[in-house]
Write a protein that binds this ligand. Structure first.
Ligand code: BG6
Length: 508
């Protein structure tokens, strides 16, 4: 069973390389992720002719549905959620033919699945290559993997087999390790694709391009020039619709352990020898290993959590977190987290990385801000510099994707007055194509066997190693997470936290 090796030139070849014939089997095929993200992304790939001609998608669920009932459900989902609307009837017709459904409710269901896959290989020429995708609630991961192994569905094909595992990958270090062990009973590590959809975002990948395809940034990308880094993932949405999951997760597990730490590794890592799965992930894991642990007695000094109460988003009233159905009236689940992290290595020693994320913030904004140090000697008077802010490079991950660099310029009046201005790159203005959705990119990469943008076992473990002690300290503390009204940038404690270091949060 050969796993296609990653191609160092993949960035350049991305648009040209269509994966080999294969079947994608989606567990949780009727669920929220499949209908909102996966199948619309697959349709968009089909529309761009990026799927192989011999290809099939097999949705798996408990409900007894025929293929045509399944197609009808998904047609609506695609019409609502795909990037290109309205649906192109011709594309849909050929896409729908390759959309199949198998109901699996018991062990025998896996035998049906094995037989169905064999038939598909014969009928559609899909060649025995299989991509399994776990899009179910995490409690189902281990049972599915074991059943796949027992029923020999995985090894029934004549080609490769891979598995994509959605987040959350475990709920702490121990459960993450146990899940990896279960996966290893059936799949080799290089056949496992742990997804973090932030890595599929164009703007997140562009962090590496900005740093390593340009000569001008790397020389100043270190403790000598950088005062500190702020990484923000702010959402205006609340936890409402997914409260049942969120109650048991909280912002630390939902966003910090994965998305925020992944962005941090891309900002902080050393240049890899090539843009290739092994090299890139080796460098990322080195960053995670170099991160200074947060000791229990440092929790108060290096972290802040919060929970939103009722407030306003864009003028509309919204309820507080605890008012949500499925939320305990005295829930202590954090909907906001701020952290101060350090990467203890040659490049970053002493440079704080402030991370923050929250639900029900004033707006949706994900960005990385690199704030540079002040000049070593002030040539201009304090009065002249009155309107001057620190040089800051901001990578706007979403929305309004782009990069801006803030610097001081002379105000065009007599005498010297300096004000901050910005050089701005806006994706939409420079490129006329719409960026692919993260799931399009990642599904295509998994079909091609390229793990560069997926999280390796050691990365996931290091991420948990960092956040576990904080989660434990919070759990053991009697204190409640400080409240913040919906539509604000988190609790006052978050401002005091960064203020103690003589710094301020940016307003994205
Ligand atoms: C998911 C989280 O991983 O990311 C959600 O579980 C969050 O809570 C989502 O809303 C944010 O993703 P995006 O792509 O909308 O920034």
């Amino acid at each position: 069973m050969a796993v296609t090796s990653a191609n160092p030139l993949r960035a350049g070849l991305r648009l040209a390389r269509v994966p080999e014939p294969s079947v994608m089997v989606i567990f949780g095929g009727t669920g929220d992720l499949s209908t909102r993200k996966l199948v619309p992304a697959l349709y968009d790939l089909a529309r761009q002719r990026l799927l192989p001609a011999a290809f099939a998608i097999v949705g798996i669920g408990r409900a007894a549905l025929t293929d045509s009932e399944y197609r009808a459900q998904l047609r609506e989902a695609v019409a609502e959620n795909s990037r290109s609307r309205p649906i192109d009837e011709e594309v849909w017709a050929s896409f729908a033919e390759r959309l199949l459904y198998v109901s699996v409710r018991s062990e025998e269901g896996y035998d049906d699945l094995r037989r169905r896959l064999a038939r598909i290989d014969t009928d559609l020429g899909t060649g025995g290559d299989r991509l399994f995708y776990l899009a179910t609630p995490p409690v189902a991961y281990a049972p599915i993997v074991r059943s796949l192994g027992r029923s020999e569905v995985v090894r029934s094909g004549t080609g490769w087999a891979r598995i994509v595992v959605e987040k959350p990958f475990g709920r702490d270090l121990e459960t993450a390790r146990a899940l990896t062990e279960t996966l290893h009973e059936v799949f080799k590590e290089e056949e496992i694709f742990r997804i973090d959809h932030y890595l599929g975002k164009e703007t997140v990948q562009n962090i590496l391009v900005l740093r390593f395809a340009n000569a001008i940034f790397e020389p100043v990308w270190s403790r000598q020039y950088v005062d500190h880094v702020q990484i923000t993932v702010a959402e205006a949405l609340g936890a409402d619709e997914r409260a049942e999951y969120y109650e048991g997760a909280g912002a630390m597990r939902d966003i910090v352990q994965n998305h925020l730490l992944q962005i941090l590794t891309l900002v902080a890592m050393e240049p890899p020898a090539a843009f290739e799965a092994g090299a890139v992930r080796d460098e990322k894991v080195k960053v995670l290993r170099a991160m200074r642990p947060i000791r229990p007695d440092e929790t108060a000094e290096r972290t802040v959590r919060g929970q939103y109460t009722a407030g306003f988003i864009e003028g509309d009233p919204v309820p507080g977190y605890r008012e949500g159905r499925e939320v305990a009236p005295e829930s202590r689940t954090e909907t906001f987290v701020a952290l101060k992290l350090f990467v203890d290595n040659w490049r970053w020693e002493g440079t704080p990385f402030y991370l923050r994320t929250g639900k029900r913030m004033p707006k949706r904004a994900t960005e990385v801000a690199i704030q540079f140090r002040a000049v070593p000697h002030q040539v201009f008077s304090a009065e002249a510099r009155d309107g001057l802010e620190p040089n800051t490079l901001v990578i706007r991950v979403q929305p309004e994707e782009g990069i801006s660099l803030k610097f001081g310029a002379k105000v065009p009046v007599q005498g010297i007055r300096i004000r901050s201005v910005a050089m701005d790159f806006v994706y939409g203005a420079s490129f006329l194509v719409d960026a692919p959705d993260a799931y399009e990119t990642l599904i295509l990469d998994a079909l091609r066997g390229d793990g560069t943008l997926f999280t390796r076992k050691d990365e996931v473990e290091e991420q948990w190693r960092l956040v576990d002690p904080v989660l434990r300290a919070w759990q053991e503390s009697d204190a409640e997470p400080p409240a913040y009204p919906a539509g604000t940038w988190g609790p006052t404690e978050a401002d005091l936290f960064i203020g103690r270091d003589g710094r301020r949060w940016r307003q994205p």
